[in-house]
Design a protein around this ligand. Structure first.
Ligand SMILES: C[S@@+](CC[C@H](N)C(=O)[O-])C[C@H]1O[C@@H](n2cnc3c(N)ncnc32)[C@H](O)[C@@H]1O
Length: 263
């Protein structure tokens, strides 16, 4: 019997998958990551990038997508706030990817990536920046631009507001309170729906992220916001210029991506 949500996550990695149900093996779990890596690399135009390129994954979790990234690139930095997930990530990559390509980077304080400035070609982050404090997500965004080489690309995924948040946000806050209630809390935390509801941490719209980047005077050669078809972000500007927006067929309605080439 699992006692709490942390144990459920450690056993199953359930909350790390937005798509599939609760009864899946690690192999099936990684298969969802393989498919998503294929799709996103294709949509970002990264499929044809040379394998010699290095890539940083911010929020690798237990390596669902990392395994596929190590088959595509010779140098993959998997980073996460949770050191135990990084160990699991190494195991996952050993089984399903190329572990010789893997380096792990512990984001111990939740916001600092211990890599040199201008040291990686690509930075990728999926369903992670919504799971930390907004201030950490913004700091990690700056870190992505710091470690990316000039000419390197970043693709960062955020969650923004949707009408359902009027219910979801207060329900999530209530769930986090209930987890601490004796008897009820331990029972609730065994359910996947409860963990997903309680762990939706932040919403960031493009304007907030772009404001941060403007303030830190980051420069880009290309900058585009990707969003669910038919759900464009309200007009956003960067350094006084409108930011290009593009439909991304596979984007969740509540998600958007910042795709940029650093100068
Ligand atoms: C939903 S999982 C996604 C994992 C992986 N990207 C995937 O798609 O399978 C979110 C991950 O973000 C990590 N995370 C949460 N806050 C973080 C932070 N401040 N810095 C780095 N990683 C963080 C969690 O530990 C978890 O592994």
């Amino acid at each position: 019997m699992r006692r709490n949500a942390d144990e459920v996550v450690q056993d199953t990695g359930w909350v790390f998958n937005n798509v599939t149900g609760s009864a899946l093996t690690l192999e099936q779990f990684v298969a969802t990551g393989n498919a998503e890596v294929d799709v996103y690399l294709n949509r970002f135009g990264w499929s044809e990038m040379p394998p010699s390129m290095s890539i940083l994954e911010i929020g690798s979790g237990i390596g669902r997508m990392t395994a596929a990234l190590t088959r595509q690139f010779h140098s993959v930095f998997a980073s996460d706030v949770d050191a135990a997930f990084l160990e699991r990530c190494r195991e996952t990559v050993s089984r399903f990817g190329d572990v010789t390509a893997l380096r792990t980077v512990h984001i111990a304080d939740g916001s600092s990536v211990h890599l040199e400035d201008n040291s990686v070609d690509l930075v990728f982050s999926y369903i992670t920046l919504q799971h930390c404090k907004a201030s950490d997500a913004l700091r990690l965004t700056s870190e992505a631009t710091r470690v990316a080489k000039p000419g390197g690309w970043i693709a960062l995924n955020y969650r923004t507001y949707v009408p359902a948040d009027a219910v979801l946000l207060p329900a999530g806050a209530l769930m986090r309170v209930l987890w601490n209630v004796p008897v009820v809390g331990p029972k609730l935390s065994q359910w996947r729906w409860s963990t997903r509801l309680g762990w939706q941490a932040n919403r960031l719209n493009p304007r907030r992220v772009l404001n941060l980047l403007e303030t830190s005077r980051v420069e880009f050669d290309e900058l585009v916001i990707l969003h669910h078809p038919g759900r464009p972000a309200s007009q956003a500007t960067f350094m006084g210029e409108p930011v290009r927006q593009r439909d991304l067929d596979v984007a969740n309605k509540s998600h958007w991506w910042l795709l940029a080439r650093c100068r």
